[in-house]
Design a protein around this ligand. Structure first.
Ligand code: NI
Length: 161
């Protein structure tokens, strides 16, 4: 089922999310989020972006150029690694502006998959940036919140109504 994606400045996008409980409802939500992400089209989507304030996000960095390879991150924990890098980011909840955000080049992630199995992985490149962006959503942090006042005002003015 396609879900509607909340748009900034919806206040639900600025709330910290609660731990996710792995049950049939969460599995159904994950499937709907993947379908919604592919339709958007995007490469990452966090539960609060569809109005569900639980700690889960989905990501597929491969599908636009190859075979789909979705990952569902339930209750992720992050360790930031590598150098700080500056790169452009968009957000499905903030249509229009692409803003330069500083991130870490690598991350280590611990999460639970939809079968309840503990997973661990190390990511770099676009995946590392995407994971930090989606993880931010679980804390109620948007790209706009990471910008200094002046670039933030420019970005806010560029949001498509
Ligand atoms: Ni986003």
């Amino acid at each position: 089922m396609l879900l509607s994606i909340l748009r900034w400045p919806d206040p639900r996008l600025s709330q910290s999310c609660a731990p996710a409980v792995l049950d049939a409802d969460l599995r159904s939500l994950a499937a709907d989020m993947l379908q919604t992400m592919y339709a958007a089209p995007g490469r990452g989507l966090a539960a609060p972006q569809v109005g569900r304030l639980v700690r889960m996000f989905v990501m597929d960095i491969a599908w636009k150029t190859g075979d789909p390879a979705p990952i569902v991150f339930v209750n992720p924990k992050l360790e930031l690694l590598g150098d700080r890098v500056l790169g452009p980011e968009g957000c499905l909840s903030i249509p229009g502006p692409v803003t330069d955000i500083e991130r870490n080049a690598e991350v280590r992630v611990w999460w639970t998959d939809l079968e309840g199995v503990a997973q661990e992985g190390r990511f770099d490149g676009f995946a590392a940036i995407c994971i930090q962006h989606e993880f931010d959503h679980l804390q109620g942090i948007l790209t706009l919140d990471r910008l200094p006042p002046e670039p933030r005002a420019v970005a806010e003015a560029a949001v498509v109504a």
